[in-house]
Ligand binder design. Structure first.
Ligand SMILES: [Zn+2]
Ligand SMILES: [Zn+2]
Length: 148
């Protein structure tokens, strides 16, 4: 999905779920890290984290779009549109938007280190260190914790 398709999706959801047009811009923003989307009070535009689609699903994306559209429509109607307001909670519930964006998946590989020779191994998935040993020296592998 590109920005153009996202724009059309947001416009459609706005009409279907809020019965009001979305007349600003929506785009994917790769720099969003911890949130699924962001509504900009100044420009009225909506940023969407592309990971909502690439790492989750279209349903998750739609839930996030509805959440941001709650901010959008409440703000344009003169409300603060903040999360803790009754107006926000009610509208979010009515349209079925997501309360929180799902946490982004951590893509960093796990690092295992041989306790004997120090050789490191990077793995996408967790490995059973009782079964797998160092390929060089057959030493015991340990999961390295923290940033590498
Ligand atoms: Zn929000
Ligand atoms: Zn080793």
């Amino acid at each position: 999905m590109n920005d153009q398709e996202l724009q059309i999706l947001v416009e459609n959801i706005s009409l279907e779920s809020f019965a009001k047009p979305f007349i600003h811009r929506a785009y994917f923003n790769r720099r969003l890290k911890t949130t699924g989307g962001r509504y900009h009070v100044q420009s009225h535009n909506i940023d969407i984290n592309p990971k909502m689609l690439s790492e989750h699903s279209k349903d998750v994306l739609i839930g996030v779009i509805k959440h941001e559209l709650c901010h959008y429509h409440l703000h344009l109607a003169g409300y603060s549109g903040k999360h803790n307001t009754l107006a926000f909670k009610r509208l979010l519930k009515t349209v079925g938007g997501s309360r929180y964006a799902p946490a982004p998946v951590d893509n960093r590989p796990l690092v295992y280190i041989c306790s004997h020779c120090g050789q490191t191994y990077r793995r996408k998935r967790k490995i059973d260190v009782k079964k797998y040993v160092c390929g060089k020296c057959r030493g015991k592998l340990e999961l390295k914790t923290g940033d590498d």
